[in-house]
Design a protein around this ligand. Structure first.
Ligand code: TXA
Ligand code: MG
Length: 360
């Protein structure tokens, strides 16, 4: 069995040119034909954007780094590729996908009309951790938007992904690269562990800088209010200066505008509880890990998200730390401390609340 799976993972490329391919390679020349044997079993990750491009052009899936979290990307204009994304993530079709573009100039290809206020906000914050809901034109399939007239658009700030997007003549549909409902990935290793079997390549751009998904905004029907549908990597306070009131949507359970708003999401498999002060939390019989903003003393079983209470550092470490504790056999239960309710603390608390255990 091992031999078969090993052999199945050895790819043979017959080439006429000396094109560089990713993975460990061995070149063999046989008369006029050149062979390159590529052993992908060791590594399905790398920084080869040309290889990523060619896979995406063939309708395949590639995980991409962004400044927020890793995305599971496919050609947004190719319905078969889009279907593969839903399948790989085990994601329900009612949960629409964000499309990723390299520059504001491309908006007119996919959007009916871009509200002026969004242009101003984009000017200040894009590329960056912000997603806009805007009226789509017919080039974007209903499959991407789950039947909505609105499509979510974002301009990611990671240099590898920006270069890749510049090489493509289509947008990338990319949800976070995790199985539906689980914690989003902030390293290539996280993606490989959970979705490695289902995707063709992972562009490894190192750990994500921000570590929380993008903030999602739209406008109300009268276009008179900025509506925040998901608190995320861009602090809500930075939206206050555009002359429109800002309304923050909290949980919606039945037909959520954004399933990131589902009551239960971003969840570890262990039970996670949320406490105002972990030291005051009632003691349990379970082996408990405490997830805190910063360590006051050298308390055992306490895991600090930041050395000095910095919310940006905490956001960056949150998902990786949740995964680590979820996988750590020493603990059965996680108790997480609520963060201060400002800046990225709002988005961290939002994720912790949705990750928290809910009795059925
Ligand atoms: O930071 C991010 O936004 C990451 C990176 C990879 O770009 N992406 C991400 O995608 O978090 P995803 O699919 O895990 O979460 C996107 C959220 C979903 O909850 C989805 O429902 C919402 O955006 N969304 C997408 N399109 C929408 C639409 N047309 N209307 C309302 N909500 C939408
Ligand atoms: Mg997600």
């Amino acid at each position: 069995m091992f031999v078969i799976s090993f052999l199945a993972r050895i790819f043979l490329w017959i080439q006429t040119a000396d094109q560089e391919l990713p993975g460990q390679t061995q070149k063999i020349t046989y008369g006029k034909i050149k062979f390159q044997i590529i052993y992908l079993c060791e590594s399905m990750t790398g920084q080869d954007i040309l290889y990523a491009k060619s896979l995406l052009e063939q309708g395949k899936l590639v995980a991409i780094p962004t400044e927020t979290v890793y995305g599971l990307a496919g050609n947004a204009l190719d319905e078969k590729a889009v279907l593969k994304i839903f399948e790989a993530k085990n994601r329900p079709h009612f949960d629409p996908l964000i499309i990723h573009l390299s520059s504001l100039d491309q908006l007119s290809r996919y959007i009916e009309e871009v509200p002026d206020v969004f242009l101003k906000i984009a000017d200040d914050h894009c590329p960056g951790p912000l997603t806009f809901l805007m009226k789509k034109n017919n080039s974007i399939s209903d499959l991407v938007t789950s039947g909505s007239d609105l499509v979510a658009v974002r301009f990611p700030a990671h240099p590898l992904t920006m270069s890749l997007l510049q090489l493509l003549d289509f947008p990338l549909a990319a949800p976070s690269a995790n199985p539906f409902g689980y914690i989003s990935p902030t390293t290539a290793r996280h993606v490989e562990k959970q979705l490695g079997e289902k995707i063709d390549y992972i562009l490894d751009g190192g750990p994500c800088d921000i570590g929380l998904e993008s903030t999602i905004i739209g406008l109300n029907e009268e276009q008179s209010t900025i509506v925040v549908y998901r608190k995320g990597g861009l602090e809500i306070e930075s939206l206050n200066k555009y002359g429109l009131p800002v309304e923050v949507k909290e949980t919606s359970t039945s037909r959520p505008s954004a399933p990131g708003m589902l009551l239960s999401h971003y969840a570890p498999t262990k039970m996670l509880f949320l406490a105002d002060d972990v030291d005051e939390a009632p003691s349990t019989n379970h082996r408990t890990a405490y997830l805190v903003l910063k360590n006051r003393k050298n308390q055992i079983d306490h895991f600090a998200l930041s050395s000095d209470g910095d919310l940006r550092e905490a956001a960056k470490n949150l998902f990786a730390m949740m995964r680590e504790l979820d996988e750590d056999d020493q603990y059965d239960v996680i108790i997480a401390e609520k963060m201060p309710e400002s800046g990225l603390g709002l988005a961290i608390n939002d994720r912790l609340k949705r990750a928290a255990y809910k009795a059925e």
